[in-house]
Ligand binder design. Structure first.
Ligand SMILES: NC(=O)c1ccc[n+]([C@@H]2O[C@H](COP(=O)([O-])OP(=O)(O)OC[C@H]3O[C@@H](n4cnc5c(N)ncnc54)[C@H](OP(=O)(O)O)[C@@H]3O)[C@@H](O)[C@H]2O)c1
Length: 312
């Protein structure tokens, strides 16, 4: 039987920005009521890192769940790490502070622990989150560069209320460009990563520069090929008396990444927090024997989020 250990409480240091809880709960849940219930269940289970986004259109529901926990006396602000994200239509510097303040207001928080550029792609500025031309093509904004957006985020840090900043859905090449011009380094980079997409090269670069790599879709977003049915993972799970999900999540933390997972099911939420350290040989097997390589989300190529249904 595996003995419960402190893996689930791992905090990863970032250069100059304190530490980030490795175990994170993602709030990409379409229904606001379900979002509030799932977030409450995540906080009760022990999750202390919540990932949010303007684009998920449910920050207020996450904020309500946080307030519920504050009121119940089960959570202190200083123990919680909240990330939220700037959407593609707000990349122009003059739009950033209003977008940031609107997220803070919806989340009912004075400070955001990490504010992330959701994707490196700027879309036509405006209230329409998914701007399209008559042929259905995304309307990009060539009037702003990623570096300009980054420098505007740096100014948010200077002004207070924004503790650290980061990037998401970014390639190693673009990340290098930002790190080269940054006055304030990214604290965190959020990308798709799981045993079928380990992103070792990006992880190595992040390590060298004191950046936390945060893996989203850490369970493969329940898509096919189902990594929770991978024979290497299921064999380790059986041996360790853990579930395949717990093996994939423990692997994520032990190799030095933070992770995000999402569930609306309280039993699975609890399961995803209840991770324990894997033996070295299991870590080696995961690295050497899993050969499937899949990217489930094409957001990194277009800026169009793969897991959010498009409004019709
Ligand atoms: N930056 C970006 O562009 C980006 C993109 C995508 C996601 N994200 C963030 O990352 C978070 C996590 O992404 P994700 O939703 O793809 O994570 P995920 O945990 O890989 O996938 C979630 C799916 O797995 C199922 N699941 C959860 N726990 C399970 C378990 N123990 N056993 C079996 N199935 C399980 C869930 O179903 P049930 O609900 O039925 O349990 C759900 O369908 C999002 O909420 C969001 O915050 C960011």
């Amino acid at each position: 039987m595996t003995i419960s250990d402190s893996l689930r409480y791992t905090k990863i240091p970032t250069r100059g920005s304190g530490t980030i809880p490795a175990v994170g709960f993602g709030t990409l849940i379409p229904d606001p009521l379900v979002t509030r219930q799932a977030t409450r269940a995540a906080l009760e289970a022990g999750f202390r890192h919540l990932d949010c986004a303007e684009r998920y259109r449910n920050e207020a529901a996450v904020g309500d769940a946080i307030q519920d926990a504050f009121r119940a006396g089960t959570l202190r602000r200083q123990d919680l790490f909240v990330t939220t994200k700037l959407w593609n239509t707000n990349h122009r510097p003059e739009r950033i502070k209003p977008a940031f303040d609107a997220s803070r207001r919806r989340l009912q928080l004075d400070d955001i622990d990490c504010y992330i550029i959701h994707t490196p792609f700027a879309f036509q500025p405006g209230d329409e989150q998914d701007p399209r031309d008559a042929s259905g093509r995304v309307i990009y904004d060539s009037g702003v560069t990623l570096a300009e957006t980054w420098h505007a985020l740096e100014r948010l840090v200077d002004e207070g209320h924004c503790k650290s900043i980061g990037l998401s859905d970014i390639t190693l090449e673009k990340l290098r460009e930002i790190v080269a011009v940054a006055r304030i380094r990214p604290a965190m980079v959020q990308v798709e990563s799981h045993p079928y997409l380990p992103e070792w090269e990006l992880l190595e670069f992040c390590r060298e520069h004191g950046i936390v790599l945060q893996a989203f879709a850490a369970l493969g977003h329940a898509m096919e090929p189902n990594l929770l049915a991978d024979p290497v993972i299921t064999a380790i799970a059986e041996r360790m008396h853990k579930t395949p999900a717990q093996v994939a999540l423990a692997w994520a933390v032990q190799r030095g990444t933070a992770f995000l997972t999402t569930s609306t099911n309280p039993r699975r939420i609890q399961e995803n927090f209840d991770i324990s350290t894997l033996p070295e040989d299991a870590m080696r097997q995961m690295r050497d024997r899993i050969t499937t390589n899949v990217r489930f989300n094409a957001v990194v190529e277009t800026g169009v989020p793969g897991f959010i249904p498009r409004a019709t």
